[in-house]
Design a protein around this ligand. Structure first.
Ligand SMILES: *Cc1c(COP(=O)(O)O)cnc(C)c1O
Ligand SMILES: [Zn+2]
Length: 372
């Protein structure tokens, strides 16, 4: 098991506390041998750790887990069209980020780390703080002072040190990177281990469909932790000959902050500059996604698309969902707005899977502002 720089291809041992290439600052990938034996799964607990041989943690003793995962996959009907929705807002900390945190904080535990730093728009910070609390690791969480209050309260109540930063999401990230010079950077954006947790989304979807692969996956797209993670999961299942193809990947951005959408539409080779506008989809309002190129590559390779949804679409998606009994945060509704838009222009029959990423209970104020 080793890290490889995606730019200069240098290789680093997995026990090094690094989050980007020390030589060229390139993004790191993790290489290791993984395995899934379907026959073995039958007798295992209904958690994401059931795919134990595909999760790169060496010793069971280091696993930090709330028995999370295997969230329900439910069918709903959108404009007469069936869609499968993964209820990932039902994770212990209220968002799918727990998929990544259980693996990344287990890795930190195995490295005997005793203090970490992380920055986020809220949910990743809350999730890392929760797992650090369980692992007895101190956590420093950097967030914007404009993040939803519910997320800030949650981070603090886990016992984390909350650092609220005035400024853009990029300013928040910079403050965390400064702290990361002396602390383990438990970054959901950069750290490869996080993605080897979020990839379990793909495993679970296929297992819940009886090891059938969906035709189309619709996912929110900000920093790409679920988008890229799901892609890794489906690719691994193809490599293991468990499924025969990788689904089409549809990425959803919020129009108010859609740099990847703009780059994709303009067919540009560098990430387009944008001036972010106000949006209720705080979880995907990312102006400079470090992994933007990987996301566009995935879309092109799978013959997918990138769509951008506006505030009105997000609001009606949120109302649609809550009137069906799903109380999620506006960022999750943004992805569902993307599902609705995608279906409108659909001609063929497709098995579509999407996800509800975050719980509404943290963002009551935001939902109130929207007059839903
Ligand atoms: C983090 C998050 C997303 C999107 O994740 P990215 O990694 O930024 O692409 C979507 N919805 C919710 C609720 C989130 O917390
Ligand atoms: Zn490098």
């Amino acid at each position: 098991m080793f890290y490889q720089c995606t730019s200069c291809k240098l290789i680093y041992d997995h026990t090094e506390c690094i989050w980007k290439c020390p030589k060229c600052s390139g993004l790191l990938d993790l290489q290791f041998t993984f395995e899934i034996d379907i026959a073995k799964l039958r007798n295992r607990k209904c958690t994401l750790w059931r795919y134990r041989e595909a999760i790169p943690i060496e010793s069971d003793n280091d696993i930090i887990s709330f028995d999370e995962g295997m969230t329900p996959l439910q069918q709903i009907v959108v404009n007469d069209y069936p869609v499968q929705l993964k209820l990932d807002f039902l994770f212990p900390s209220g968002s799918y980020k727990d998929r990544g945190s259980t693996v990344l904080i287990s890795k930190a535990k195995s490295l005997r780390v005793n203090e970490v730093v992380e920055d986020s728009s809220g949910n990743a910070g809350a999730s890392i703080a929760a797992y650090c609390a369980k692992a007895n690791i101190a956590s420093n969480i950097y967030v914007s002072n404009k993040s939803s209050k519910g997320k800030l309260f949650q981070i603090q109540s886990y016992g984390a040190s909350l650092h609220t930063i005035e400024g853009s999401r990029e300013d928040v990230a910079q403050a965390a990177k400064d702290a990361a010079n002396r602390l383990f950077y438990a970054s959901h954006v950069y750290h490869p281990f996080f993605y080897h947790g979020t990839k379990t989304f793909a495993y679970e979807v296929c297992e819940q469909l009886g090891w059938k692969v969906p035709d189309t996956i619709v996912l929110p797209m900000g920093n790409g932790t679920i988008f890229i993670g799901a892609y890794i999961g489906f690719s691994e299942l193809v490599q293991l000959n468990i499924i025969e193809k990788i689904p089409k990947f549809i990425g959803i951005q919020t129009k108010a902050c859609a740099p990847i959408y703009k780059t994709y539409v303009n067919q540009s080779d560098c990430l387009q500059d944008i001036i972010p506008n106000q949006t209720v989809a705080e979880g995907i309002a990312i102006a400079k996604s470090a992994r933007w190129k990987q996301m566009i590559d995935i879309v092109q390779f799978t013959k997918g698309q990138i769509l951008a949804v506006d505030e009105i679409q997000i609001k009606s998606a949120l109302i649609d969902l809550s009137h069906r009994g799903y109380y999620v945060e506006p960022t999750a509704a943004a992805a569902f707005a993307g599902v609705t838009q995608y279906i409108q222009n659909l001609e063929s029959d497709e098995l579509i899977v999407s996800t509800l990423t975050g719980h509404g209970l943290k963002t009551g104020e935001l939902i109130d502002i929207m007059n839903c």
